[in-house]
Design a protein around this ligand. Structure first.
Ligand SMILES: *Cc1c(COP(=O)(O)O)cnc(C)c1O
Length: 412
């Protein structure tokens, strides 16, 4: 049995423990939802305050040049690239994940003319599937093949009709981690292009976008990257595709000469053609502040702690006498798991609600998944112990018999 003392001992050896001070975490809260919305980095308060008072307040329109606002999407893209294995010039931070999925899909479809199938996964985060519907609906004749619906084996779905494959590197529900290089190879052997959704891996899993031969990738910055609610997302396009790639949202920020104010569209050179229009500078400054906190931290160290915390959390839940009804749906082997652990339980929703009431914040995904994000930058194993005590207490009290925990909030 793992005791609280055992957990505290692990924390004593934790080289990342000091990083917790970089975040504002409210008193009395154990935050296991950083995979949905990362907490506030203290540095973001300073960066945003300075941006508001000096760059916006005093600099006014001049700050587009003098404070380098205009080049933020590429500059932040290059910095983010250092964290996810992309050389400079292949990422822009901009727009939302859904919008970037639309651009990447269209670019990939355009690079594979004559092919009319998009492959994805039945269990994908729904917006990914919705954007496939939107992108293929606008281009008549496409069909979709889904892992988990049409076959459980990707190889069965790949052939000379497939233009692009859109997959999540880490599954948003189960946390299952995919091998990017092996997947890309299978997709390329069929002549198709791979588009990765990195929402649940960037910032916790060491990624090698270039080395794994990724074609396109997208992701958000407000989960494990902690850039703030609704902060801008990013899109990666491998250098080898940039000259030929086209995306249909041909706005002036993606123009070769935005300030020439020409009447026809000419795409910019390189990754800038994936920009559309004016970006939220405050949002981008949130990304800048969030990346500051990763500058001096080794992503391999983050990964090691993430794996350890996942193992500890699973063991704590499984050893708790009142948690016997919970079924682990995440991979048990930490090398196959992202940084979250999910359990299936019919009354998962009321249990999560009751836990939140006691300060342990996880979240719930239909139909019965209790999901816990384990973010190595600010969590400790002792907190995991305390969180599981609260969970066990909610199970013992059978909180689902109390109607007040049954009503659904707008955002679960
Ligand atoms: C969070 C998430 C999104 C979110 O898309 P937005 O456009 O930022 O709302 C998309 N895909 C996956 C896999 C996600 O986890």
């Amino acid at each position: 049995m793992l005791s609280r003392q055992d957990c505290a001992k692990l924390d004593e050896q934790d080289e990342l423990a000091g990083l917790r001070d970089r975040f504002h975490l409210p008193e009395g809260v154990i935050y296991l939802d950083g995979n949905s919305l990362g907490p506030l980095p203290k540095g973001a308060v300073d960066t945003l305050t300075r941006t508001i008072h000096q760059e916006w307040g005093e600099g006014l329109i001049r700050s587009w040049s003098e404070a380098d606002w205009f080049t933020l999407p590429e500059r932040l893209g290059d910095r983010l690239g250092g964290l996810i294995g992309a050389a400079a010039g292949q990422i822009v931070v901009c727009d939302g994940t859904s919008i970037n999925i639309f651009k990447a899909l269209n670019a990939a479809m355009g690079l594979r003319p004559g092919r009319d199938v998009i492959v994805s996964e039945q269990g994908s985060f729904p917006t990914d599937l919705y954007m496939i519907e939107g992108a293929t609906g606008a281009a008549a004749g496409y069909t979709t093949r889904l892992l988990g619906r049409d076959s459980d084996n990707l190889a069965d779905l790949l052939d000379e009709r497939v233009a692009a494959v859109l997959l999540s590197n880490v599954d948003y529900r189960t946390g299952r981690l995919m091998d990017m290089a092996a997947t890309a190879k299978a997709v390329h052997d069929a002549g198709a292009l791979i588009i990765w959704d990195l929402c649940h891996s960037a910032g916790v899993v060491p990624l090698k976008l270039d080395d794994s031969q990724a074609d396109f990738a997208v992701g958000c910055t407000y989960k494990y990257l902690n850039a703030g609610p609704g902060a801008p997302a990013y899109i990666y396009a491998a250098t080898r595709h940039q000259d030929q790639a086209r995306q249909p949202l041909s706005g002036w920020w993606g123009h070769a000469a935005p300030f020439a104010f020409e009447s026809g569209f000419r795409p910019a050179e390189g990754i800038k053609r994936f920009l559309v229009g004016t970006q939220s500078i405050l949002g981008l400054k949130g990304v800048e502040a969030a990346l500051d906190d990763f500058d001096d931290v080794d992503i391999e160290g983050i990964r090691a702690k993430s794996r350890r915390m996942g193992d500890v959390f699973i063991e704590l839940v499984e050893q708790h006498p009142h948690c016997a009804g919970l079924r682990l749906v995440s991979p048990r082997e930490s090398d196959q798991r992202g940084s979250q652990v999910a359990f299936d339980f019919d009354n998962g929703y009321p249990v999560i609600r009751a836990m939140i009431e006691q300060g342990v914040i996880g979240d719930f995904r239909e139909p019965g998944l209790m999901r816990f994000g384990l973010a190595p930058l600010y969590l400790s194993c002792a907190e995991l112990f305390d969180a599981v005590q609260v969970m066990g207490d909610c199970m013992r009290r059978q909180v689902w018999t109390d109607p007040k925990y049954q009503t659904r909030e707008a955002v679960t």
